[in-house]
Design a protein around this ligand. Structure first.
Ligand code: NDP
Length: 301
């Protein structure tokens, strides 16, 4: 069965739109997301445009803050501080990657974790590890939500995560191994967590043998056809996070593929995400959920 991230994300968008309308009906302002983009990386421009468009569709206010590529780290830090202190902004993100002369770690660390809707600050990561309420980075949050909406339980299951990045591999491993006390407002928490998680990376020995013991495989490596049919057991659940460009003769010159040999793995899988249309749309909708969550927390404080 296909895990249809596109359809589920549309359902969640409709839910968010309704929540925003309820807030407005109560006389409250709409939640607001600000997106800071430095320089003119074409991929970043596309991601930012998609995020702004997604906000507009659900009634979340948004602001695009474009800064020159040669801005100093200090100037960017000033902008972060301004946004931290702007009460009209509930959440903001600084689109990565940043130009080489700016330290991403320094910038991420300066963001107020209560407004960190990308869930990348050390505070939010630490809170997630400790099982405290936190803003979880968008892709792991989206994967967890997708599993929950299809009622795919993780308790006692062996989950193999391929990839150990800070934005996908590590946080999804952490979420799925947690006791399910980690509650995320607005999220279907049902029976997620309590998995036995193995995290693999490029130095892992005999990846295939490890994957063959997995009930659920989450691949976030950025390597086309890394996961092949001989590496999975019958009935496995496969979540393909990868987005890779493969050149072709189409007018666009390329098409997108994931990290899974979909054609051959799908017949063995009980559930599998397509690329595109799987994890990608869930990532954007998770950012909207995080913005709503950040807004609610502001209201409580
Ligand atoms: P990174 O490049 O930061 O991390 C990739 C990870 O995969 C690393 O830990 C690396 O190991 C591991 N890896 C790479 N090749 C292999 C291999 N052959 N065998 C085992 N492990 C391997 O990538 P990200 O986590 O940022 O992204 C991963 C993919 O997901 C990319 O294609 C990206 O475009 C996509 N992505 C998709 C999103 C979505 O919304 N759908 C959101 C974010 C990312 P090591 O640490 O040893 O180098």
């Amino acid at each position: 069965m296909i895990l249809d991230g596109k359809q589920i994300s549309q359902t969640i968008r409709a839910e968010i739109r309704e929540e925003v309308q309820i807030l407005k009906a109560k006389g409250l302002r709409a939640p607001k997301l600000a997106v800071v983009i430095v320089g003119n990386n074409p991929a970043s421009e596309t991601y930012v445009a998609n995020k702004i468009k997604a906000c507009e569709e659900v009634g979340i206010a948004s602001e695009r803050i474009a800064l020159e590529a040669d801005i100093s780290e200090e100037q960017l830090l000033d902008e972060v501080k301004r946004l931290n202190n702007d009460p009209s902004v509930d959440g903001f993100i600084v689109q990565l990657p940043l130009p080489e002369h700016i330290s991403e770690t320094t910038i991420m660390s300066a963001i107020d974790y209560r407004k960190d809707v990308d869930g990348l600050t050390p505070e939010n990561v630490g809170r997630t590890v400790q099982g405290l309420p936190s803003l979880v980075s968008a892709t792991p949050r989206g994967i967890r939500e997708l599993l929950a909406r299809y009622d795919i339980r993780t308790e006692g299951k062996h989950v193999v995560v391929i990839g150990r990045s800070n934005i996908v591999g590590k946080p999804i491993a952490m979420l799925l191994m947690q006791r399910p006390y980690l509650s995320l407002p607005g999220m279907s928490a049902a029976s997620l967590g309590d998995a036995t998680v193995t995290v693999c990376h490029s130095k892992t020995r005999d990846l295939a043998a490890i994957c063959r013991t997995a009930d659920i495989i989450i691949v976030a490596a950025g390597s086309p056809k890394l996961l092949t049919a001989d590496m999975v057991k019958e009935g496995v659940v496969v979540i393909d996070v990868g987005i890779n460009r493969v050149e072709d003769d189409s007018p666009r010159g390329y098409h997108l593929v994931g990290d899974v040999d979909f054609e051959n793995v799908a017949p063995k899988a009980s559930f599998i995400t397509p690329v595109p249309g799987g994890v990608g749309p869930m990532t954007i909708v998770s950012l909207l959920q995080n913005t709503l969550q950040a807004f609610s927390q502001t209201l409580k404080s």
